[in-house]
Design a protein around this ligand. Structure first.
Ligand SMILES: NC(=O)c1ccc[n+]([C@@H]2O[C@H](COP(=O)([O-])OP(=O)(O)OC[C@H]3O[C@@H](n4cnc5c(N)ncnc54)[C@H](OP(=O)(O)O)[C@@H]3O)[C@@H](O)[C@H]2O)c1
Length: 214
């Protein structure tokens, strides 16, 4: 795939890890953050990376990844300016904590669907939300790669995101239409429950596995 400009809105656990992977895959990475000075060390670490205001990053990027808290995700996306024809990958999850994670979607059914409703013409893809950030940082597994499930009504956008994901060391899987973004958010809730509430720890992922014989 030709070199792309990847915009990461947010530079926390997920944003920084994806920034490292996309840089190592040969892409230009721009971090869209409220205070670029806060991530000077991260920008220095990554060849060719830069930090700027989220609106500028969204404007310059070929593909935008949203990696902010779920509680602000829709408003942050809506504040990025004109996203018409822009691929936006929503990595966020809507939840509150009640002795474990509780899915708290907006009335549109998922954060991704709400972004699609608020941002005219955006090519919204849900992806990279179903496993812990340790796996964004390193998607290598014994005998395989972490699977990135993608939900969107835009098949071409999913194909572009799949190419980026596969190049960066993941294994992309088409998980169906935009309505399945709600399913992926719930898969994340289950992962968080098992990891943090049920005590299984953060070092597992859900993968499609097949029997070796009938
Ligand atoms: N952590 C995981 O294992 C994991 C895994 C899969 C998906 N996710 C999802 O990914 C998203 C990010 O998680 P994270 O762990 O990376 O979070 P994080 O470490 O807290 O980072 C969040 C980032 O969003 C920025 N941010 C917060 N509020 C903002 C606002 N109002 N406007 C613009 N930027 C804002 C923060 O910038 P400041 O420094 O300026 O506050 C920071 O760069 C969440 O929706 C989470 O559910 C997380």
């Amino acid at each position: 795939m030709a070199k792309q400009t990847i915009g990461l809105i947010g530079a926390g656990n997920v944003g920084a890890a994806l920034g490292r992977r996309f840089t190592h895959a040969g892409h230009e990475v721009l971090f869209g953050v409220r205070d670029p000075g806060h991530i000077a060390a991260l920008v220095d670490e990554l060849q060719g990376a830069a930090a700027a205001a989220p609106t500028e990053v969204a404007h310059r990027a070929d593909v935008v990844f949203l990696t902010v808290p779920g509680s602000v995700a829709v408003d942050v996306a809506a504040g990025l300016g004109d996203l018409r024809d822009k691929i936006l990958v929503d990595c966020t999850n809507p939840l509150r904590w009640e002795a474990g994670p509780v899915w708290t979607p907006p009335e549109e059914g998922s954060i991704t669907a709400a972004i699609a409703a608020r941002c005219p013409g955006v090519r919204a893809v849900k992806a990279f939300n179903t496993f812990g950030a340790e796996f964004h940082a390193n998607p290598d597994l014994a005998g395989g790669r972490v699977e990135v499930l993608m939900a969107s009504d835009d098949d071409d956008a999913k194909q572009s995101v799949a190419s980026l994901a596969n190049e960066a060391g993941f294994a992309a899987i088409d998980a169906g239409p935009l309505r399945n973004a709600a399913v992926l958010e719930n898969q994340a809730i289950l992962w968080i429950h098992l990891a943090l509430a049920a005590g299984h720890g953060r070092d597992f992922v859900f993968q499609m596995t097949r029997r070796t014989s009938a």
